[in-house]
Design a protein around this ligand. Structure first.
Ligand code: CDP
Ligand code: CDP
Length: 269
């Protein structure tokens, strides 16, 4: 995605994410894994992925933010979400940048800052309207191809926690650790509703529940890269767990995977 004539490109500023304060940093440096977290809306992917990445000193990438940013651009230009050729061109021409949030943005709940063709759209992409448009756009194979190529390029060096819907199944099918994060629909909707409340948005819990359920259904039932648990993904249900606790559990799974890989490497040596 880029301006005219420039190859598709998204830039991810990760130096901050790589500054681990963990005492285990040396150990993690030995082999940087690719960690994928997929799951339905509101299951905690962004919050947990970001926490895991910060602890490990890994890069964090929110692939959903890319679909949302592109959807916002389509809405602003009044491009029909059924107009596949135009949306494909739009995807190729668009420059999306994900950056770590500033402290005040983080305090307001942002997990990253999203720039669309150079303009900050961090808040605009978090509306229900954009979420629905993103999920419609995400059913288009040729649009997905453009974004998936970007995601693969961003994560090609490993040492990344990437979250979305198809990361463990399509983007990084060979990832060393795959998580499928879930929670009950009621809890997921309530979490999202709480976020809208905090921003002063007047949506009812029932409206948010319907939006989340409709989007999940579309994401699970679409033909291209549907939301599905990869056969080798670990299912983590965090209905009754907080962000910190869920992140700690995933870090334990990372450490277990690292031990297995180290043992396999020793056997091969
Ligand atoms: O990225 P995804 O839609 O899966 O979820 P999220 O944006 O990380 O989380 C949605 C909301 O639920 C956020 O406000 C989180 O703070 C909250 N959350 C929670 O309260 N407990 C969890 N275990 C996970 C997320
Ligand atoms: O934060 P939440 O889980 O509600 O959604 P998101 O991760 O920001 O993703 C918005 C929409 O983009 C999803 O409902 C999916 O339709 C789409 N998406 C996708 O198809 N594949 C991904 N890897 C990420 C998001």
């Amino acid at each position: 995605m880029s301006g005219a004539g420039i190859p598709a490109r998204a830039v991810f500023f990760d130096s901050f994410m790589r500054n681990s304060h963990s005492q285990d940093w040396l150990c993690y440096q030995m082999q940087k894994l690719t960690i994928t977290i997929d799951g339905p809306a509101g299951s905690g992917k962004s919050s947990v992925a970001r926490r895991v990445a910060a602890t490990l000193g890994y890069l964090y990438l929110d692939s959903g933010a890319m679909y949302r940013a592109l959807a916002l651009k389509a809405l602003r230009r009044s491009v029909s979400l059924l107009d596949e050729p135009t949306l494909e061109v739009l995807a190729k021409e668009t420059h999306i940048e994900l950056r770590p949030p500033k402290p005040e943005q983080e305090a307001a709940g942002a997990k990253n800052c999203v720039f669309l063709d150079g303009a900050d759209v961090t808040e605009e992409i978090r509306t229900s309207e954009v979420a629905q448009a993103a999920s419609r756009l995400a059913t288009i194979a040729r649009v997905r191809q453009v974004l998936v190529a970007e995601q693969q390029r961003a994560g090609s060096g490993g040492g990344i926690v990437m979250e979305g819907r198809d990361i463990g199944t399509v983007v990084f099918p060979n990832a060393e650790l795959k998580i499928f994060l879930d929670a009950s629909p009621e809890v997921r909707a309530e979490r999202r509703w709480q976020e809208h409340q905090e921003k002063g948005e007047r949506l009812t819990l029932a409206e948010v529940f319907d939006e989340v359920i409709e989007r999940d259904k579309r994401d699970r039932e679409r033909k291209v890269s549907p939301l599905v648990r990869a056969a080798d993904a670990v299912l983590v249900d965090n209905t009754a767990m907080g962000i910190e606790e869920t992140a700690r559990l995933i870090i334990m799974l990372v450490q277990e995977r690292e031990r297995e890989l180290a043992q396999a490497a020793r056997r091969e040596a």
